[in-house]
Every structure is written in C-alpha cells, then in structure tokens.
Write a protein that binds this ligand. Structure first.
Ligand SMILES: Cc1cc2nc3c(=O)[nH]c(=O)nc-3n(C[C@H](O)[C@H](O)[C@H](O)COP(=O)(O)OP(=O)(O)OC[C@H]3O[C@@H](n4cnc5c(N)ncnc54)[C@H](O)[C@@H]3O)c2cc1C
Length: 448
C-alpha cells in the first residue's frame, strides 16, 4: 500500500489551494492530489471558452503550480474512503493510506427534471474539457440558443455566445429579474439593460415546461405554452454538492444545501484527520450561521487554505460565507457582497441605505471615466454594514472586495465614511466623490 501524509481528493479550485497550502504549511510532508482529469479547467473561465478565449485549451490550470510546490499528482478516481484503515481506494486499483485526508470533490450541475432534457444539443455546465469542446462546436454552428437560468453564469454564457456571433440568444429566468438572487432590483435593471444592449433577449417570470425535437432540440416550450426556436440549450440553474464518496464513508451531509458537514476548522464530522472544502462542503452564512448556497471559487479556496492550515495543528477558524460576487456583461462590471436589501429585510433587519453615483476618474474631462454606482446597506440599529452592490467599469471587481472587507470587519457607516483611500485622476474616483465614502456618508446623514 502506498502512503502519503496528506491525500487530497479533487483537483480544481479547492483541491489546488489545499495542496499548495498543505505544502506551504508543512514543507516536510508528502502531499498527493488524486483527481479524475488529466487536465483541469479554470472553472470560472468556462463561459469565456465560447467567445473571448475560443477554446478549452486556453482555460487550463497549469500543473506547474502544483509540481513547482512538490505536490504529487495521481490521475484516477477515488471510489472508496476506508476510515478505519485511513486509506482511499481508486478505480484503477491503488490503495493509498493517509495521515490527513482533504475531500474537495466539488459540485455537479443541478439536474432539470423536465421532459426532453436528454435530447441532443441540450448541455449542462460540466467542468470537463471533452464535453465543453463538443459543446463549443455546437454553439459555433448555432443560430438560436436558449439559456435556462439567468444567474451570473447564465448571463456570462449569453454574453459570450453573442460575442461568438450567435444570432439569437435568449435567457429564460423564472424570477422577475435576471441576477435577482444576487442584486437588488435597481442593479438587476442595470444588468438587464446591458444584456439587452448586447442583443440578448430576456424572458423573465417564465419557466421551461419541456424541450422539443426529434433527436436533437428544435424548440423550448414555456409553461404558458409559448415556444422558442433553439438549436442549442444551455442549462445553468445552479449546482449540487458532489458528496457521494463522503456520504458512502459515513460523513453527514446537510439536508438543506446538500454539502458535507464541516466545523469552522473545515473538519468533517469532528474527525481530526478528515477535512472537506469547496463546493462539496457546507457553507455557513457569515450573518446567521445557517447553511447557504454560496458555491464560489473564492470561498472554495479560502476554505481550502483554512483546511490546509489546520491539518496538523489548529490554526484558524473560518468566519462563514459573506458571499462576494462579480461579473461583467458586455462593458458593465457588477459586484455584490453580503446581504441584498431584499434578503436583509426578509431576515428582519431595519435598514439604512446609502447610494453614490459618479465617474470613476476625475476631473470630468479625464478620458475613459465610467459612470459607477455604489449602494451600501447598514443595520439601522447599530449602523453595521450588511451588504453592498456596485456597477461600473472594471474597478468594480476590486471595489466590491473592499466592501467585503468592510463587512468582514463589521465596520459601521461612520467607520466607512472615515475610510482613508488613495486617489489619483487616472486611477480612481475623486477624493471628494469617492463612491464608497459618499454612500456611507449618505447613510450616516439618514441615521441622525
Ligand atoms: C461556468 C462557471 C463559472 C463560474 N464562475 C465563477 C466566478 O467567476 N467566481 C467564483 O468565485 N466562482 C465561480 N464559479 C464557481 C466555481 O467554479 C466553483 O465554486 C469551484 O469550481 C469550486 O471548486 P471545487 O474545487 O470545490 O470543485 P470543482 O470545481 O467541482 O472540482 C471538483 C474536483 O474534484 C474531482 N473529483 C470529484 N470526485 C472525485 C473522485 N471521486 N476522485 C477524484 N477526483 C474527484 C473533480 O474531477 C474535480 O477536479 C463558476 C462555476 C461555473 C460552473
């Protein structure tokens, strides 16, 4: 039987970060990653294969980031975890014992149980090179694409399909707005305006009833009976944690979100030798501690760093998932962190908001300035920031991360209004009209 000090099952965002973190924290330990794929996709880059990048080969995680850190890689599928013998067994017949095991088996596309879902040219979003290459060829040949699900992945696919020259791209969204689980209505409106300007059709408040066609899809029928022509359908309605391996080994899983139960050290079932991280593990909300469906690479890698740090001694505990997203539709960047106003009100908070709008460069004549908006949401009771949303140019990608830092540190509107930023005409908004600070100032004035 082979032996490794640390065995990691899974080779994507969580597995990679856990492997690198394990070597960084424990330079003397033998770390073995077992993963199904010979080459691993950058999961967040998948939509960009269809337009900007042009092929799956342009979207790979290079193995050198692992081998450079002396992580061993075995391409195989783990079929069993034997907790008594502290060993994993693989499909190709290897048995490998471990001191510490990290389960990072990720997620699978959520199934859509409607008639016709198995027809040719109906694609789920699998993180698999061969599958995506086949999908790319069909997308390139298509003139009518229907995307089921208007979350950020559906929106990114739609935008990239338009960039690839597909004539008709339609998103079907069951909620009143695309991106509604991430943004408040005014930000959804802005995102939908960008989608419409990019030529994307949006059919909101609608459910798909069935997929029609002989062998291949030809049409999609909505529950009101309307039909849309389709030579390709992309289903992007979310994911479900891939917990089969862990559940078979007796690890408890959440009944509400489906992930492997972990504590704040990322230990599975209080087992000091087994950790789980990434999409396969339960995420607790930063705000109320309840399980949340927050499957993001940024959270997966953070959990993996926590798991890696805690393998041989307990070093830190996670704070729970704030939930930070960013995306870009056409030229419009959007970001959200923490609770939306809608979610916070549903949780029972009394709220005070602040909104600031203006260019992201100064003075007004500075070329390349982009209209940017920031909305911050605070608890009326104690002024603590609960969430924020932003749209504008590419700087929104990092602006939303600053807002996430404010949330993680439970800053109040007063703290944020006193934020010390660096400003420069070419690089940022004006010091007198810095969105983050002005939104907080507006909220402070409402609290008086
Ligand atoms: C299209 C798309 C776009 C996204 N964009 C973003 C984004 O912009 N920002 C963001 O933060 N998040 C984004 N996400 C979410 C992000 O991709 C996931 O949160 C992330 O992939 C989770 O990483 P993971 O390692 O936990 O799981 P996964 O990426 O699902 O990887 C699981 C790994 O485990 C392996 N595995 C599973 N079972 C076994 C087994 N039995 N034996 C061996 N290996 C096994 C798999 O082969 C794979 O290597 C996006 C997701 C998708 C699908």
């Amino acid at each position: 039987m082979e032996k490794a000090d640390v065995v990691i099952v899974g080779g994507s965002a969580a597995g990679v970060s856990a492997a690198i973190g394990s070597r960084r924290r424990n330079p003397g330990k033998k770390v073995l990653m077992i993963r199904k794929e010979k080459s691993v996709m950058v999961p967040c880059g998948i939509p960009y294969i269809f337009g900007t990048l042009g092929s799956p080969a342009q979207n790979l995680i290079p193995d050198s980031i692992l081998t450079g850190k002396k992580v061993d890689i075995l391409v195989d599928t783990v079929r069993e975890i034997d907790r008594d013998k502290k060993a994993v067994k693989t499909e190709r017949g290897s048995t490998i014992s471990y001191d510490k095991l990290v389960i990072a088996t990720g997620s699978l596309p959520a199934p859509l149980p409607i008639p016709g879902i198995g027809k040719e040219n109906v694609f789920l979003v699998h993180k698999d090179i061969g599958y995506l290459q086949g999908m790319l060829e069909k997308v390139r040949a298509a003139s009518d694409i229907v995307i089921i699900g208007g979350g950020f992945i559906g929106a990114e696919f739609a935008d990239e399909c338009k960039k690839a020259g597909v004539a008709n791209v339609t998103i079907i969204e069951r909620l009143p707005h695309c991106l509604q689980l991430i943004f408040d209505d005014e930000f959804c409106n802005e995102a939908e305006r960008a989608m419409t300007n990019a030529g994307i059709n949006i059919v909101a408040n609608s459910k798909v009833a069935r997929i029609l066609g002989e062998k291949s899809v030809t049409e999609v029928e909505l529950s009101n009976g309307d039909r849309l022509k389709a030579d390709v359908v992309i289903v992007s309605i979310g994911v479900m944690p891939n917990t089969k391996l862990a559940a078979a080994a007796g690890f408890r899983t959440s009944t509400s979100t489906g992930g492997i139960w972990v504590d704040r050290y990322q230990r599975a079932n209080d087992d000091r030798d087994v950790f789980a991280c990434g999409d396969c593990s339960v995420k607790a909300s930063f705000f109320n501690g309840q399980p949340v469906k927050s499957w993001l690479a940024s959270i997966a890698t953070q959990e993996a760093r926590i798991a890696a740090a805690n393998l041989f001694e307990t070093r830190y505990a996670g704070l729970g998932s704030v939930g930070v997203f960013s995306t870009q539709i056409s030229d419009l960047a959007l970001g959200a962190a923490g609770l939306t106003e809608r979610r916070a009100l549903a949780d029972g908070y009394g709220l005070v908001n602040g909104l600031a709008q203006g260019p992201n460069k100064y003075p007004h004549g500075m070329p390349g300035g982009v209209q940017t908006a920031v909305k911050l949401i605070f608890s009326r009771d104690n002024g603590v920031i609960l969430g924020g949303q932003a749209y504008g140019g590419p700087s929104v990608g990092e602006l939303i991360n600053v807002i996430s830092a404010c949330i993680q540190h439970r800053m109040t509107a007063y703290d944020v209004s006193l934020f010390q930023m660096g400003t420069h005409p070419v690089l940022s908004a004006s010091p007198a009209a810095y969105h983050l600070v002005n939104a907080a100032e507006e909220a402070v004035s409402k609290m008086r």
